[in-house]
Design a protein around this ligand. Sequence first.
Ligand SMILES: [Zn+2]
Length: 476
Amino acid sequence: MTDLPTALGASPDVPAGPIDPAVEAALASSAVARAEALLEFARIPSVSALPEHAEDMVRAAEWVAERLRRVGATDVAVERTALHPIVYGRIHEAPGAPTALVYCHYDVQPVDPVELWETAPWEPFLRDGRFVGRGVADDKGQLVMHLSALEALRTAGRAPAVNLTFVFEGEEEYGSQSLYAWIEANRDRLEADVAIISDTCYFEGNVPAITVGLRGIMYAQIDVELSPVDLHSGMYGGSVENPANALARIITALKGPDGRIRIPGFYDDVVAPTDAEREAMAALPFDDEAYRAEIPVPALVGEAGWTTLERKTARPTLDVNGMWSGFQGEGAKTIIPAHAHAKISTRLVANQDPATVYAALRDYVAEIAPPGVTVSTTYIHGGEPSLTPIDHPATQAAARAIEAVHGVAPVYIREGGSIPVTAAFDHSLGLPVVLLGFTQPTCNAHAPNETFLLENFELGTRVIVRFWDELATLPR
Ligand SMILES: [Zn+2]
């Protein structure tokens, strides 16, 4: 059993002053209870992907709902969906102030390979300034931070200075399929001025950061068909098109050696990063060689005219994710394959639209398809990119909160991946999204020994408290 007071004794001193002294006092006196709450929550194996954990999912949802009720949230509900429940609640006690939608997820990734964990993954611990256990960083720690901020406000006799509506999801690690329909069906309960998503990281080296952009995705498959069965390459070779060769020519035409995607219109809707954003990105402590060596790969390549960091976060991409055709066994088999296939995906940036990009790909593939084979393109799935400008008042409110607590201004980063709910809040509800995440980049999310630094847990909780105060001053 972890000796919590000792573990907490090793924690860094929190600077005094950035938040209401009464709330600070409440946080200071609840440090052990808050850490214990995270450990208790992380002991619930709420793995959304595995059917055997269905009851644990309900247990985790109920745990969250109970905590929301305890801090005086109203309309608390564990909402049934086709799969795992969504926990809803609200604290609307600031008439005239803006409303923020707060999102975290209570589901976690599976824990295998279990033998690589320092301890049993469902027996989380706090030692030497770090929480270790499945979900402590992604995303239970961050959810507990929001609950902790509320508790401390209540202890201090206060209500949040903004109106808060909580949406805690249980399918983030499993595609968020239930969430979209639920959002559509509950738009009137989700009216807000801004969405706050706490499910991202600080920058490399644990530098406080605000993520302003996420990429979207468009995933498709290209199928090239020649004949019902493979053909003898001696009898037919030279007289028919080879689907594998044809597919290779199509793929080659999609992207040039300069890294530019050649689908006509592909870049039409791309919002280029501003000069200020490019300067800020260039100033980030990012080392190309260290990045290359860590992967490791022989060399870094990408679109001409952009830095590695820009290429992997702020620029769209096109990649073959898989391809197959013909004989793949050992030795030789002299055939012309009957068919050839490729899975293709593009990572999208604001304001590209997956459906538009798909249509452009489909039309271009049809145009360049060689004669003698049948070529078809199929849409598999898509997700929209999102971008909240650095100078948006909500982003700036978050920046002031981070600077007040950490003593340094945050850096602004983009992430190359996607958080689907972001696009749902951004496009479906039309809300500006603040991605205010607190985990250190080395948190081993989704991997063995998932870790959350106590320092981030403590400081981040204070950032949340301050952020709500800052948001209250937002023009409506
Ligand atoms: Zn997450």
